[in-house]
Design a protein around this ligand. Structure first.
Ligand SMILES: Nc1nc2c(ncn2[C@@H]2O[C@H](COP(=O)(O)OP(=O)(O)OP(=O)(O)O)[C@@H](O)[C@H]2O)c(=O)[nH]1
Ligand SMILES: [Mg+2]
Length: 605
């Protein structure tokens, strides 16, 4: 039997997981000498490369001496925490990376908590020790304290620690040791990560943790084999979460080697392989022996905490820029997403609209971004938290928030977060003159906060948050204060009127942009919405301004992105998304209806 180690690399966002996997791939000699490999090779999809973040967990395999090490790289951003949760069940050990300067951050806690609950012993890697301001001793203490706080058992508290600079390709047991290579880390994996349990002689049991597709063989399930063997050409029973059993034949068996996939004929307990031939295969399904099917526990991941209504675009510019615009197309696409993305949910709401739920604005934003790139056109409403009832009490999700701000902004940060119902739990001055503030805050209070926070801290503040738990509903939370500048006409915006409107606030549009009545074209510098006309040409009577057209200097408008719009909009607004444009509009395009609604709202207060 082959000697196998299965590990997942987990950490807070940007602490260096994908970079570390690059180095492990490189230094194990898995790549051929002539093979050109991109930086952060595991971040292979388009949006991952653009943003430099990992979104989907991905696996690779390396050989080290007489061992095969299956490595799963996971995303660090809190919104993709569901990916980490489901992967932890597939491995026998984790590499926990912690940035030697930033230290323990919200998502470090979230992922470590899950790993500890699965009984895994972490191999702790204090990474980026080359960084200026790094303080490996302090960070090591933070990790230890965290493990104690998480009720780690004695074996888990006895975790090994390495100090590394993943980017520079070395890891070592003591800070005094020479900066050489990754050998100490490879050895630590071999020594501390247990061998897989289970036996190739038992009846087959495997579980699917990721789906993939291939133009030639269709749906592929990436599975961890817990018992028995999987052979190409043999029949197995696919047991679904519902209990339904479907018999299929493995038409193709694929093994992993570095970034390549290779055809194999057989794999056994302990290994991770991809199988084709099961057209109904889904994440969480078990692949079992056909005469003795014993399914594995279906996977549980934390429920979504945020939802947003997605609907068919019904604005005046609808259907001009997108390829897929109907309710049917949108529904089909969302259903396809839900098959692979077990941390998300979708629910038809009637009226050509759907409720899409996920872990956060970024997760929902990435789905929307993928859809617009595929040619979809649709609208999104303001994100709302998913509340639930427990023993008759309304509950809402809370987040653990860490903000790092230069000392002079400490006051404003605390004040603004107080208004959003945040409760400060710690305040630590850092050696570099910044202050680290920790809060527990209703997730609602964070919607739209990032923009305000960046403005308040002149762009120098850093904020990070991650899901904590459901707690009783905390009442009204403050939202956006500035009103919207709303167009009162249809047509193409005129430079001269944009110039005049600049005094009223921040514009979102350029001259010649298409606008319509009810479309939001800027942010007012005051509270309350303002109807404005961006189409008004220059007054003809004003002869003196002839020849001064060049003097019409326009400020660069604020660029509306999908995510900034999700943060910005209010309940009575929508985002219109097409492959080419992101626009903000009022739900009601009719100014009379809006005025009446505003008056009713005021009277009811
Ligand atoms: N100074 C320094 N920078 C590093 C080191 N390792 C990684 N980085 C940098 O940190 C940034 C993030 O690295 P990634 O490997 O993408 O981090 P990640 O943990 O995979 O990020 P997510 O998958 O998005 O959570 C990149 O700019 C890396 O070049 C290191 O040892 N030292
Ligand atoms: Mg990554």
């Amino acid at each position: 039997m082959q000697k196998i180690k299965n590990i997942a690399v987990i950490a807070h966002v940007d602490h260096g997981k994908t970079t570390l996997v690059d180095q492990l791939l490189q230094q194990s000699g898995t790549f051929e000498a002539h093979q050109e490999v991109q930086e952060r090779a595991m971040d292979s999809n388009e949006i991952e490369m653009e943003r430099g973040i990992t979104i989907l967990s991905k696996n690779t395999a390396i050989t080290y001496g007489d061992h095969k090490i299956n490595i799963i790289d996971t995303p660090g951003h809190a919104d993709f925490g569901g990916e980490v949760e489901r992967v932890l069940k597939m491995v026998d050990g984790v590499l926990l990376l912690v940035d030697a300067q930033e230290g323990v951050m919200p998502q470090t806690k979230f992922v470590l908590k899950k790993a500890i609950a699965f009984g895994l012993i972490p191999v702790v890697v204090i990474n980026k020790i080359d960084k200026e301001g790094s303080d490996p001793d302090r960070v090591m203490d933070e990790v230890f304290d965290l493990l104690v706080a998480l009720d780690a058992n004695e074996d888990q508290l006895d975790f090994p620690v390495l100090y590394a600079a993943a980017r520079d390709g070395y890891a070592k047991y003591e800070m005094e040791d020479e900066n050489k290579d990754m050998v100490p880390l490879f050895d630590a994996i071999i020594e501390h990560v247990p061998y897989p349990k289970g036996s190739p002689d038992n009846d087959t049991q495997a579980q699917v943790f990721t789906l993939d597709s291939d133009n030639f063989v269709g749906r592929i399930g990436i599975t961890r084999i817990f018992n028995g063997k999987i052979k190409k050409g043999d029949e197995y029973l696919l047991v679904k979460a519902s209990g339904e059993k479907i018999k299929s034949r493995v038409s193709k068996l694929i093994g992993f080697k570095g970034l390549e996939r290779i055809d194999i004929t057989e794999a056994e307990a302990g290994d991770i392989v991809a199988i084709a031939g099961f057209s109904d295969i889904d994440v969480g399904d078990s692949v079992c022996d056909k005469s003795n099917p014993v399914a594995l526990d279906p996977m549980h991941v934390e429920e979504p905490t945020l939802s947003v209504i997605m609907s068919v675009n019904n604005g005046p510019l609808a259907g001009q820029e997108g390829k897929h615009v109907t309710s049917n197309k949108i529904s089909e696409r969302l259903e396809k997403e839900m098959e692979t993305n077990i941390a998300m949910r979708m629910e038809p709401m009637g009226d050509a609209s759907f409720k899409v739920s996920g872990r956060g604005e970024l997760q929902i934003g990435i789905l929307a971004e993928n859809m617009r790139r595929e040619g979809f056109e649709f609208m999104l409403a303001r994100p709302e938290v998913v509340t639930k009832e427990e023993n008759g009490v309304k509950m809402e999700p809370f987040e653990h928030l860490v903000v790092d701000v230069p000392e002079e902004f400490q006051g404003v940060a605390i004040e603004k977060l107080g208004k959003r119902k945040a409760n400060m739990t710690s305040l630590i001055p850092m050696p570099d003159g910044t202050v680290r503030l920790e809060f527990e805050i209703p997730a609602r209070g964070l919607i739209g906060f990032r923009n305000e926070f960046l403005t308040d801290t002149k762009g120098e503040g850093i904020m990070n948050h991650s899901y904590l738990e459901y707690r009783p509903y905390s009442g009204t939370v403050q939202s956006r204060t500035p009103g919207a500048l709303v167009s009162m006409d249809n047509g193409e915006a005129v430079a001269f009127s944009i110039f005049n409107l600049q005094a009223r606030g921040v514009m979102f549009i350029n001259p010649q942009d298409k606008v319509y009545s009810g479309m939001v074209i800027g942010e007012s510098s005051r509270p309350g919405d303002l109807d404005v006309n961006p189409l008004k040409g220059k007054a003809l009577t004003n002869m003196r301004t002839s020849g001064t057209d060049e003097a019409v200097k326009l400020v660069t408008p604020r660029k509306i992105t999908l995510e900034s719009a999700m943060e910005w909009i209010e309940d009575d607004e929508l985002i219109e998304i097409t492959p080419i444009s992101v626009r903000i509009r009022k739900k009601s395009l009719d100014p009379v209806v809006r005025k009446r609604a505003a008056r009713d709202k005021k009277n009811s207060k």
